[in-house]
Design a protein around this ligand. Structure first.
Ligand SMILES: Nc1ncnc2c1ncn2[C@@H]1O[C@H](COP(=O)(O)OP(=O)(O)OP(=O)(O)O)[C@@H](O)[C@H]1O
Ligand SMILES: N[C@@H](CCO)C(=O)O
Length: 306
């Protein structure tokens, strides 16, 4: 095989209480990439469609993560990457992560799968770090593993795959403004209050338990973030209204997707998710801000060869 085309899905990081550790994978929303073997060693980004992004491999997350894999594998060939970008950069649904993860998964396939998913996440993290200026894998892991994941540790990298409750749906509203992850991280406090930390880690633990036990009530009571959301929600127009109304109308919980500006809700069943999408649209329709909404099942496959 000399060439491969993949679908690299969008992802939701943090899932409210799990800053930098929890994430899940979306269905139907994502980028496509074509990666082919080339006689010229190293990595070249030969085409980018959809958004204006650096074509130089060392400035594009797809190139940086590919180079990290190549430095380790030292193959006798090189790789050419085409990126068909559908996820807007700075969206909060893992735009940079989709490119970073997609390039290493595709190269691994072309090389006959020498690496496991954790090793691939590690290489992809090198690309993500260039964009966000920090080492975190909470978008990458759900993209590569599918479903819900928990990044137990970054150094050494350890990823836990969590179960997806039956009939769980995500709804996303993406206001078309850009929030750079690096900037949304810079405004977070470096120290947290012990009382707040206690509430937050109880929520992470109970959210993980709720996923294992299909307990929608507990899932709903766990979807709270008292540490990061209060700082970042100010950057997102009408965040409080969206949160209040979606929860009132039956969402299990609503929070910032990754570092924003996208907002996500989790819902039990498609009917509830469709109703929550309407709630979100009704609020944003009156604001004059351009936006997109998506209803998505939780994608348990992650990145797929197409
Ligand atoms: N292939 C790429 N795809 C997307 N962004 C890229 C890529 N290569 C470099 N970048 C840069 O990464 C930045 C966007 O990444 P950022 O992490 O801020 O947003 P995001 O991935 O949509 O958000 P989040 O991680 O919160 O979901 C932009 O500055 C963009 O130029
Ligand atoms: N955990 C990361 C996700 C965005 O890349 C953050 O919230 O900054």
């Amino acid at each position: 095989m000399n060439e491969i085309r993949i679908f690299s899905p969008a992802t939701v990081a943090n899932v409210s209480c799990g800053f930098d550790v929890l994430g899940f994978c979306l269905d139907g929303i994502g980028d496509e990439m074509v990666v082919r073997i080339s006689k010229n060693k190293g990595v070249k980004i030969s085409k980018i469609e959809g958004y204006d992004l650096p074509i130089e491999a060392h400035l594009n997350v797809a190139g940086v993560s590919a180079q990290a894999l190549i430095d380790d594998a030292k193959p006798d060939v090189g790789f050419e990457i085409e990126i068909y970008k559908k996820i807007k950069p700075g969206s909060g649904i893992g735009s940079s992560s989709a490119s970073a993860a997609g390039s290493v998964v595709a190269i691994n396939e072309l090389l006959g799968r020498p690496y496991n998913k954790t090793q691939l996440t590690y290489f992809a993290m090198m690309g993500e770090a260039m964009a966000s200026k920090s080492y975190h894998a909470d978008n990458l892991a759900p993209g590569i593993f599918g479903g819900f994941t928990l990044v137990k540790s970054v150094e050494p990298l350890e990823i836990l795959e969590l179960p997806t409750p039956h009939n769980l749906y995500a709804v996303i509203i993406h206001p078309q403004i850009e929030i750079k992850t690096s900037e949304a991280r810079a405004l977070l406090p470096q120290k947290v209050n012990l009382k707040d930390a206690t509430v937050q880690w109880a929520n992470v633990g109970s959210l993980v338990h709720a996923l294992h036990t299909n307990d929608y009530g507990l899932l709903s009571r766990s979807l709270n973030d008292i540490i990061v959301e209060p700082h970042r929600s100010k950057l997102i127009p009408f965040f409080d209204e969206i949160k209040q109304q979606t929860v009132k109308n039956g969402a299990l919980g609503t929070g910032i997707s990754g570092s924003g500006p996208s907002i996500f809700s989790l819902c039990e069943g498609l009917e509830s998710a469709t109703n929550i999408e309407k709630t979100m649209r009704d609020i944003y329709k009156t604001t004059g801000i351009t936006f997109e909404t998506y209803v998505s099942k939780i994608n348990e496959d992650g990145i797929k060869v197409i």
